[in-house]
Design a protein around this ligand. Structure first.
Ligand SMILES: Cc1ncc(COP(=O)(O)O)c(C=O)c1O
Length: 295
């Protein structure tokens, strides 16, 4: 595996393209010590980022929630993204953008730190092992729960929200599962460590209300795709005991796209027709080069 700091190519850093290995930060960077950073995971299809503007807007909102402002406009970011994709020649891949507080202050208060923004793109075909997509991935319920929105900035894609997700995923992988499923602080089903959850129950799609985890852009896209097919979509709080009545389960996320789930703990699910249909619909949409088809 080639480490991420030792690759060829260019990274967009604070408005300029710089050689990949030179896009570095100092050890006394506020974000490294206090988690003052927000990011986006985006996918490039056929030379363009799917829902680029929505990712950029979410980054701005995530930063606002952490009490800072991205020092680049939506237009500047969009232009940077296009340059980055072209100069690195990655027509299909993954794009990561991250904004963080710099080194001017090291302490809890960080009012006068400079805000930085970096964007990088690389080839990354499948988030989960492709061979697992046929029978569905295996999830196990985590001991960690999504905290209430007044305990963490849960509506922000802030790096600190990923501490419990990394711990959950490590434990799941060690136990032979693909990923972990988090409940929320009330004990309801919430999401996987980097993707939202959908359940097919009696012909309708049910998905947890995103009131303490990200309302993913893919989640919103897939809700629109399902409704376009006449499928009823219900957002609500869902108890884990309801899994007994579930026919199909899948996850959605920019990286995960639409990923079937074949198992949650000791319960098995078939990869069914609706899941397959939405996997196809999603691929058709992202390659159609018109974001607003369903939005
Ligand atoms: C914790 C978490 N939930 C949900 C999602 C799905 O969000 P999106 O569809 O916007 O990628 C992601 C991925 O970004 C995530 O990291």
């Amino acid at each position: 595996m080639i480490p991420f700091d030792d690759r060829d190519g260019l990274i967009w850093l604070d408005g300029k393209l710089v050689p990949w290995r030179e896009a570095r930060v100092h050890v006394l960077t506020h974000a490294l010590h206090y988690g003052s950073a927000v990011f986006e995971g985006e996918r490039v299809y056929d030379g363009r980022v799917f829902r680029e503007r929505d990712h950029a807007i979410r980054l701005q909102k995530s930063a606002e929630i952490l009490d800072f402002e991205i020092p680049f406009s939506l237009e500047q970011m969009a232009q940077g993204v296009q340059e980055l994709i072209q100069q690195n020649n990655i027509p299909n891949g993954y794009l990561r953008r991250i904004a963080w507080r710099g080194s001017e202050m090291i302490g809890v208060s960080a009012q006068h730190t400079r805000i930085h923004l970096a964007m990088a793109v690389w080839e990354w075909p499948s988030y989960f092992p492709p061979e697992l997509l046929q029978q569905g991935i295996r999830l196990t319920t985590s001991d960690w729960v999504c905290p209430p929105p007044n305990a963490m900035p849960t509506a922000s894609k802030a790096v600190g929200n990923y501490m419990i997700r990394t711990l959950s995923k490590h434990k799941a992988e060690r136990a032979g599962f693909t990923d972990a499923l988090l409940l929320d602080w009330r004990g309801n089903l919430a999401e996987a460590t980097g993707a939202n959850l959908f359940l097919l129950i009696d012909g309708a799609l049910h998905t947890p209300t995103p009131d303490c985890f990200l309302n993913g852009l893919t989640r919103q896209t897939v809700i629109a795709l399902a409704r376009r097919r006449g499928i009823e979509v219900i957002e609500r709080h869902i108890a884990p005991s309801e899994l007994a009545a579930v026919g199909e389960v899948f996850l959605t996320g920019t990286a995960a796209e639409v990923t079937p789930v074949g198992r949650i703990d000791d319960r098995s699910f078939a990869v069914g027709a609706l899941t397959r249909q939405l996997m196809t619909d999603y691929q058709d949409l992202v390659h159609a080069s018109a974001d607003d088809v369903v939005i």
